[in-house]
Design a protein around this ligand. Structure first.
Ligand code: PSV
Ligand code: MN
Ligand code: MN
Length: 386
């Protein structure tokens, strides 16, 4: 039997971090469809994020991407967030949008380019000091397009050297979260293509280095929950970049493409004690054709629903069925939890938190979308890369 009060208490402590870039305009490489009322500055992105947190109660932090969210005074930006009930979360580095990075950044064959890339990462740690952010999130677009283009082993050596320099700069309570992605923009070999490579680097670096699992960064059919279970066992799961995919790195709303996969992942998180440990539950999504703030609210709710189902798994019954070698019985325990309609439970949780039980409806009724369309006129809307 699962303890419903404990499930509710756990759901109230959940924290999902939303990404600043999801509030701005985005698109595919074919077209960016600009939307009215989209933020024009990091502060306006925080204003939108505050709506998401106010309505869901579980989205208290916002990830920044540098230089997309460059400001003169990061401590002041953190203060602005705090006034809105938010905190600044992970600082995401960007070593992929500069002409110098054509052949890579931290793995580039030219030492001068590597220095520039490492310099940017060190600057991101300075920003963390100013914002009070705990996590430096690293994703490298580095790789090669053709066999023989560069030395695969040499690139790993350069990566290790650059990461070690940044690792040494991390302060007390700060972490380095290393993200992997199997392809794109490199099409032959990516320098951090999989969890094994990320894990090997993090292991060598030390306890402040952990792996980030972006759910959109695997080959089709990959058993992501197995990776999650393994990283948790090894104490190396730093967090998630949640999104969902049908084909490649689609960055669609988490839980939209495959809610069952999200449940299986959350079950392994719960099973491995990751729900209470320092695992960061971040979104990394783009809302290209749908309105952004409601899409982010929906995403947060999707994570909550998968989590609630994972928490509802009857652990004792599952263990008993497994011990009894009851294949179908064990599977049924898991499926019973997955097939539970947890929406009434989450509505109750929200009411107990003093929130509207229906965050999507509450947002529609709030008038926020109309207000920002009227107010945010002139200036340049934030977008992917601005
Ligand atoms: C790369 O595809 C990635 O997932 C990394 O997390 C980047 O920082 C992010 O996308 C940018 O949207
Ligand atoms: Mn990501
Ligand atoms: Mn991605």
């Amino acid at each position: 039997m699962t303890d419903l009060a404990a499930v509710k208490a756990a759901l109230k402590t959940q924290a999902v971090e939303t990404p600043s870039w999801a509030y701005g305009n985005s698109g595919t490489r074919f077209k960016v469809f600009a939307q009215q009322g989209v933020p024009r500055s990091p502060r306006e992105k925080l204003d939108d994020a505050a709506q998401v947190h106010a309505l869901t109660g579980v989205a208290p932090t916002v990830a920044l991407h540098i230089p997309w969210d460059t400001v003169d005074d990061y401590a002041a930006l953190a203060g602005y967030a705090e006034e809105r009930g938010l905190r600044l979360g992970a600082i995401n580095s960007n070593t992929f949008q500069d002409d110098d990075y054509r052949l890579g950044s931290i793995c580039h064959p030219d030492a001068a380019v590597r220095r520039k890339a490492v310099g940017h990462l060190l600057e991101c740690v300075d920003i963390m000091d100013a914002t009070g952010s705990q996590d430096l999130k690293l994703w490298f677009a580095d790789g090669t397009n053709y066999p023989g283009q560069d030395d695969l082993r040499g690139r790993q050596d350069r990566l290790a050297e650059g990461l070690a320099e940044v690792y040494a700069r991390l302060g007390e309570g700060q972490r380095m979260l290393l993200e992997y992605k199997f392809f794109e923009p490199a099409f032959y070999a990516t320098d951090v293509p999989d969890w094994g490579t990320a894990y090997a680097h993090c292991l060598k670096l030390g306890p402040k280095a952990q792996v980030v699992v972006d759910t959109g960064h695997h080959a089709p059919g990959t058993n992501i929950e197995f990776i999650v279970a393994t990283l948790l066992r090894e104490g190396k799961l730093g967090g998630f970049d949640f999104n969902s995919r049908f084909y490649a790195d689609d960055d669609l709303m988490v839980g939209a493409a495959d809610p069952f996969q999200l449940f299986r992942i959350m079950y392994e998180v719960v099973r491995g004690g990751g729900f209470t440990a320092d695992v960061a539950f971040m979104l990394d999504q783009c809302h290209n054709i749908e309105p952004k703030v409601p899409a982010i609210i929906r995403s947060v709710m999707n994570v909550q629903e998968a989590t609630a189902k994972a928490l509802l798994v009857d652990a004792e019954a599952l263990a008993a069925a497994q011990r009894a070698e009851d294949v179908l019985g064990a599977n049924a325990v898991l499926m019973d939890a997955y097939n539970t309609d947890v929406r009434p439970l989450l509505a109750e949780v929200r009411e107990e938190m003093g929130l509207d039980p229906d965050p999507m409806g509450a947002f529609a009724r709030s008038g926020w979308a109309e207000k920002v369309v009227a107010e945010r006129v002139g200036g340049e809307q934030a977008g992917w890369g601005a």
